[in-house]
Ligand binder design. Structure first.
Ligand code: IPE
Ligand code: IPE
Ligand code: MG
Length: 237
């Protein structure tokens, strides 16, 4: 099956560091390395879209020191890695409520989003201060505002229109969602978008994720039958 779009909940950085008796932030740093190698592996496998859950709308609830360290790491990684990624043909975009971030970080995200690789091979969508519920609410607000202004009739609202106002609506549908770190939950990631996505919960901690693990998930994915409500017989007819 042709895979166009993969989403990943990159979980397990803290436990990876704890296993090595290091602070959690050390795990986050190792997590950035795993992002780089995953991007390379995806480009090599011809995957055109990768959406990574980097910071959830609930992650602000972590100790202030960890949040601060994550913000610094985020800014530093964008500064350091974006030129090389551009060279590799990676366009970087962001989804989430970006208004909560520092001005410096917001400006950096705008700068990076404006960069267009000469030979685009993959678009990386980084989900930061993202929540699936927030996404649905912000879409509802857009429609409500259009209705209030008299530009939208209630009878025009359907799934397709609603979809157009959610994040990633202009991108190919998400074929598979991988969560590393062993937990089997969505943690408020792409609730609307993953209605028919194939889910993979794997024990590998995020810093250990690599091309080999990705390939083994893709092998499993190819064994699945995506029926979208139909029967197996219908698909094989
Ligand atoms: C995921 O790893 C990274 C972020 C949420 C930013 P965690 O930090 O959640 O690692 P664990 O789950 O505690 O091991
Ligand atoms: C989900 O991981 C968010 C990201 C990977 C960015 P968490 O570690 O925050 O998820 P919960 O809180 O354990 O569900
Ligand atoms: Mg976690």
């Amino acid at each position: 099956m042709n895979v166009q779009h993969i989403a990943i909940i990159m979980d397990g950085n803290g436990r990876w560091a704890a296993q090595r008796k290091r602070p959690r932030t050390w795990g986050h740093k190792a997590g950035v390395k795993a992002v780089k190698s995953t991007l390379k592996a995806c480009v090599q496998s011809g995957i055109s879209h990768l959406t990574l859950f980097a910071f959830s709308s609930e992650n602000w609830r972590r100790p202030q020191s960890e949040v601060k360290r994550l913000m610094t790491l985020f800014l530093q990684s964008l500064e350091k890695e974006s030129p090389e990624l551009l060279q590799q043909g990676v366009a970087i975009r962001f989804i989430g409520d970006l208004s909560a971030f520092s001005e410096k970080l917001q400006i950096k995200m705008q700068e990076v989003s404006a960069l267009q690789p000469e030979d685009k091979r993959l678009t990386l969508h980084v989900a930061v201060n993202y929540g699936g519920r927030w996404d649905i609410v912000q879409a509802a607000k857009q429609l409500a505002s259009m209705h209030q202004q008299g530009t939208l009739d209630l009878s025009d609202i359907d799934e397709s229109l609603f979809n157009r106002h959610t994040c990633l609506s202009q991108q190919p549908p998400i074929d598979l969602l991988i969560r590393t770190g062993g937990e089997q939950r969505i943690s408020n990631f792409l609730l609307w978008q993953c209605a028919y996505t194939e889910l993979f919960f794997i024990d590998t901690l995020w810093p250990d994720f690599d091309e080999k693990v990705l390939q083994s998930v893709l092998v499993d994915y190819n064994k699945r039958e995506r029926r979208f409500g139909q029967t197996s017989d219908q698909l094989n007819a």
